[in-house]
Design a binder for this molecule. Structure first.
Ligand SMILES: Cc1cc2nc3c(=O)[nH]c(=O)nc-3n(C[C@H](O)[C@H](O)[C@H](O)COP(=O)(O)OP(=O)(O)OC[C@H]3O[C@@H](n4cnc5c(N)ncnc54)[C@H](O)[C@@H]3O)c2cc1C
Length: 418
């Protein structure tokens, strides 16, 4: 692609960089992506091991994400939805907890569930209506955390501890639901107005689909940027490329080291994710296509899911895949002398029976900077007019936030060039 004043260089082919490129492609503006890794997707990718598909940390795609709806051709993703609800492990047994509005056949079990008081069940309906207005992320006007908001809304400790805490700990990747209530309301609205899904071929289907919408030679892989000079980019391989317009679509830590003067806040708070994968022959011990939540208040496990139950291509025929999300505070395996994997497998056996002791351990993904902390109202950056930042840390920490940030950064140049 020749150098022209209407040509945007994009650093990073994660979802934000890909979304920026796709916007420029549609606007017929020249662009090129430089990606350090050998594939697109950044934090959204899937490895293959022994015929199993292992997402790099358990993630779900919400079909009702507004920017995603216009970025992806859903028919290419072959989305496999979860049922709306959860199985809750209370330390003694697994109790179903469904969204009765989406699963009328489960209404009786939901209404009689001991996981919530009658008042809680009515408040869930009120919350659905309350959150229906939250179509975009707007910070809570009183600056409340999710936990404070839920308590002030009137929910009992019973439903908070049995459902909201384990579920949203797994979403926010932080243990105390300190995340802003405005972001919670947006996500609650998205969960209730659409489906949480896995693409049939793993989460990598998302970046692959976006990359397939770009020119075939749009991305140069194995091309890590080392330094931004006044009018050229210096790469780790020693090459330099002149530029006039630039979008830095990396994670926040890398962006800050490339453009330190753009960031006024030196703090870098991120949340880590820890996922273990096990495999076994035969069908999973539960029939429901839902997440299992650990609300017992004990143990390492926060959530459990059997991806192959939703999407059979996640496991070879006749086998199942179990994905175990550990509690956000689990960092090391020092507590009992047993490894994290052994302790988690012991807990799986308590929940599903001794057969879980025979499951084969496949892999672990410990991702230290999985999500940036959501910053109320967004961070402000000091950038020259020919540079923009994209990435989930500039909007909100999600697939939707990453796509939106790419769209915004590209929109800036589209406007500038028109
Ligand atoms: C374990 C986990 C679970 C998650 N769960 C969910 C979920 O369930 N639902 C949801 O909506 N979101 C979830 N997320 C969040 C979502 O995946 C991210 O918000 C999103 O993928 C971030 O995209 P991004 O483009 O902003 O950044 P990244 O994906 O980090 O992309 C940045 C890209 O820049 C490249 N790069 C970095 N430095 C350089 C350099 N110097 N030169 C060139 N290239 C460079 C990187 O290789 C990468 O490809 C989860 C994330 C993780 C990790």
């Amino acid at each position: 692609m020749g150098e022209s004043s209407k040509n945007v260089h994009i650093i990073g082919a994660g979802l934000s960089g890909l979304a920026a490129a796709y916007e420029l492609e549609k606007a017929n503006i020249g662009y090129h992506l430089y990606e350090a890794a050998d594939h697109p997707g950044g934090r959204v990718w899937t490895d293959e091991k022994d015929g199993f598909l292992l997402d790099r940390g358990f993630q779900v795609f919400l079909s009702s994400y507004p920017t995603a709806r216009v970025s992806f051709r859903y028919e290419k993703l072959h989305l496999k939805p979860f049922q709306s609800g959860a199985l809750v492990w209370n330390g003694k047994k697994l109790l179903p907890f469904y969204n009765a509005l989406q699963h009328v056949e489960k209404a009786v079990s939901t209404l009689t569930s001991p996981l919530a008081t009658l008042r809680d069940k009515l408040l869930v309906l009120k919350l659905l209506m309350h959150c229906a207005r939250s179509k975009t992320v707007t910070p809570d006007t009183e600056g409340r955390s999710t936990l404070t908001f839920l308590k002030q809304f009137g929910f009992s400790d019973t439903i908070i501890n049995s459902f909201f805490k384990p579920f949203f700990q797994g979403v926010f990747l932080e243990p105390d639901l300190k995340t802003d209530a405005g972001y919670f309301r947006f996500l609650y609205n998205r969960f209730s107005s659409g489906k949480a899904c896995l693409p049939a071929n793993g989460m990598r289907a998302l970046p692959k689909e976006l990359a397939s919408r770009l020119q075939p030679d749009a991305i140069t892989y194995h091309k890590a940027l080392r330094q931004i000079e006044s009018d050229s980019l210096l790469f780790e391989d020693g090459s330099t490329v002149p530029f006039q317009s630039l979008i830095v679509a990396t994670d926040r830590g890398t962006a800050r080291s490339l453009l330190p003067e753009a960031f006024s806040d030196n703090e870098q708070t991120t949340h880590n994710a820890y996922t273990l994968y096990f495999s076994f022959q035969g069908l999973p011990p539960v029939k429901e296509r839902v997440l299992t939540l650990n609300s017992s208040g004990k143990g390492l496990i926060n959530t459990i899911c059997f991806p192959s139950q939703l999407a059979p291509s996640y496991a070879p025929q006749g086998h199942s895949l179990c994905s175990v999300g550990l509690h956000p505070s689990v960092m090391n395996d020092s507590e009992s002398g047993l490894s994290v994997k052994d302790r988690a497998q012991q807990e799986l056996a308590e929940i599903f029976g001794d057969e879980a002791k025979e499951w084969t351990f496949l892999a672990e993904y410990h991702i230290p900077h999985a999500l940036p902390r959501y910053i109320l109202g967004g961070e402000t950056f000091c950038l020259p007019p020919h540079m923009r930042l994209a990435g989930d840390y500039t909007t909100h920490p999600s697939i939707e936030g990453a796509l939106l940030s790419g769209k915004n950064a590209a929109g800036y140049f589209i406007k500038q060039f028109s």
